[in-house]
Design a protein around this ligand. Structure first.
Ligand code: HEM
Length: 405
C-alpha cells in the first residue's frame, strides 16, 4: 500500500496530465487523456489533494464520510439541512407528475423551430426546457427565463477546480460570484413574496412552510436552497440533453430504434451519462482515513474524483469507449452515497422526453454546420452549440406515452 503523497517521474507525468485536463486543453475529446490518468493510478497534487479515477476508488470516496461538504454549489448554509429540506419538499415521486408539462414544453420548442427546418439544439432545446421546468418548480415567472439563464450559466465555472490545484482565481470565478449575488437577491424577493401570499404549492413555498415534523427553512436558507437547485440542476441537465442529441446524431440507427420503441430513451440517456457525463469531476474532503485498494488517503485530504474516467474503467465496462445503449456498464454520473443527486429523476425525465420527441418529430435529422464546440469549463462538460438540419418536423399531436420513470 502506497502512502500519500506520491513522488517520482510517473507521478510527475500523471500530474501533468491532470493539469492539462483541468486547464481545458482537451475539450473536444478529453477521454484519451482521462484514460491515461486512470491507468496511472491515484495522482497526488501536493500534500493535501489526491486525484482518484478508477471506478472502485471514486465509488468508495463518494460513499465515505465527509469533513466539510464541498457540494456542487458550495453553499454557505448547512448542506445537510438543505439536503434534507430539498428531499422533503421535492420527493422523487413528484417528478412523475411533471411528465405532461415537460412533454408540452419540449413540443412548444419544436413547434417554434418547425418553420426553420434547422435547430440549434443548445439554445432551442437544451437550455430553455430545463430552465422552464426549474422555473415552474420554484414558481418563478416564465418571462424571467432569459435573465435566469444568463446568471445560472455564469455559475458553471464555480464547479471547476481552479482553486484546488493552483489557488488562483479566474475571471470566471468573479463572474460566477456576481451571478450568485444577483440570483440570491432575486430569490430573496421571491421568498419574501411567498411569505406575503401564503398557501403556494411551488418549491420555495413548501421549503418555508413547516412540514409535518414542524421543520422549515428560514428565508436565507430557502434562498440558498433555490440557488443550490439552479446551480446544480440547470447546466447539468442542459448538458445531458445536448449530449444526448449529439449521441443520436452520431448513431442515427438509434433514432430509428427510439422511434419504434420510446422506452429505449432510458438506455440512451444512461449511456450518455456514462460515456459523456455532464459533471466530469466532483471534489470532496475525506472525513475519515480511506483505505482504498492500493492506496491510503488520510482524513482531511481533498479527493478530486474524475467520474468521467471512472466510467471508462475496463474493470467495470466491457467495451469502455463504445457507445452501447442497453449495456450493463454502471456509471456514477449522479454521484453516490450521501450526496447522491436528488435531481436525478427530473434530469432523466427531461432528457428522455427531449430525445423521444426529437426522434419522433425531427425528420431525417443530421449534423449541420461544423463540429460541435464545448464550453471552456472542465468539471461541467457542456456543448456551446450544436446545429441540426432536418427535412421538417412532424406535428405535435402524435401518439405519445411518457418515458418510463
Ligand atoms: C444531468 C443532470 C445532473 C447531473 C449530471 C447531476 C450530478 C450531480 C452529482 C454528481 C452530484 C453529487 C455531487 C457530490 O457528490 O459532491 C449532484 C448533487 C446535487 N444535485 Fe445534481 N445533477 C443533475 C441534475 C440535477 C437537478 C435537475 C437538480 C435539481 C433540480 C440537482 C440537484 C442537486 C443537488 C441539490 C445536489 C447536492 C446534493 C447533496 O449535496 O446532498 N441536480 N448532482
Amino acid at each position: 500500500m502506497r502512502p500519500s503523497p506520491g513522488t517520482g517521474n510517473d507521478q510527475e507525468d500523471a500530474r501533468g496530465l491532470v493539469l492539462r485536463f483541468l486547464d481545458g486543453d482537451v475539450r473536444a475529446d478529453p477521454y484519451p487523456l482521462l484514460n491515461r490518468i486512470r491507468e496511472a493510478g491515484p495522482v497526488w497534487l501536493g500534500d493535501g489533494v489526491v486525484v482518484l479515477s478508477s471506478h472502485a476508488h471514486c465509488e468508495a470516496a463518494l460513499h465515505a464520510a465527509e469533513d466539510a461538504p464541498a457540494s456542487a454549489a458550495g453553499c454557505p448554509v448547512s448542506a445537510a439541512r438543505l439536503r434534507s429540506a430539498v428531499d422533503r419538499a421535492f420527493p422523487a415521486d413528484a417528478v412523475t407528475g411533471l411528465a405532461p408539462l415537460v412533454r408540452s414544453l419540449v413540443d412548444d420548442r419544436l413547434d417554434s423551430v418547425a418553420t426553420r427546418g434547422r435547430l440549434e439544439a443548445v439554445s432551442d432545446l437544451a437550455h430553455p426546457v430545463p430552465m422552464a421546468v426549474l422555473s415552474h418548480l420554484l414558481g418563478l415567472p416564465a418571462g424571467d427565463a432569459q435573465w435566469l439563464h444568463r446568471r445560472a450559466s455564469a455559475l458553471a465555472p464555480a464547479l471547476d477546480l481552479g482553486q484546488a490545484p493552483t489557488g488562483a482565481e479566474t475571471s470566471g470565478d468573479s463572474a460566477a460570484r456576481r451571478a450568485e449575488t444577483e440570483l440570491a437577491a432575486y430569490l430573496a424577493e421571491a421568498v419574501a413574496d411567498r411569505r406575503r401570499r401564503t398557501g403556494g404549492d411551488d418549491l420555495l413555498s413548501r421549503l418555508i412552510r413547516a412540514d409535518e415534523h414542524g421543520e422549515r427553512l428560514n428565508d436565507a436558507e430557502a434562498v440558498s436552497a433555490g440557488l443550490l437547485l439552479l446551480a446544480s440542476g440547470y447546466e447539468t441537465t442542459s448538458a445531458l440533453v445536448s449530449g444526448g442529441i449529439l449521441a443520436l446524431l452520431r448513431a442515427p440507427h438509434e433514432i430509428d430504434t427510439l422511434r419504434r420503441d420510446p422506452a429505449h430513451a432510458r438506455h440512451l440517456v444512461e449511456e450518455t451519462l456514462r460515456l459523456d457525463p455532464p459533471l466530469q469531476v466532483v471534489r470532496r474532503r475525506a472525513g475519515t482515513d480511506l483505505d482504498l485498494p492500493g492506496t491510503r488517503v488520510p482524513r482531511g485530504t481533498v479527493t478530486v474524483l474524475l467520474l468521467a474516467a471512472a466510467h471508462r474503467d475496463p474493470a467495470v465496462a466491457a467495451s469502455p469507449d463504445v457507445f452501447a445503449p442497453g449495456g450493463a456498464s454502471p456509471h456514477l454520473a449522479f454521484g453516490a452515497g450521501p450526496h447522491h443527486c436528488p435531481g436525478a429523476p427530473l434530469a432523466r425525465l427531461i432528457a428522455r422526453t427531449v430525445l423521444v420527441r426529437f426522434a419522433q418529430r425531427a425528420l431525417a435529422p443530421r449534423f449541420a454546420l461544423g463540429s460541435p464546440s464545448y464550453r471552456p469549463t472542465a468539471a461541467l462538460r457542456g456543448l456551446r452549440a450544436l446545429w441540426v438540419d432536418a427535412d421538417g418536423f412532424a406535428p405535435r399531436d402524435l401518439p405519445w406515452q411518457p418515458p418510463a420513470a
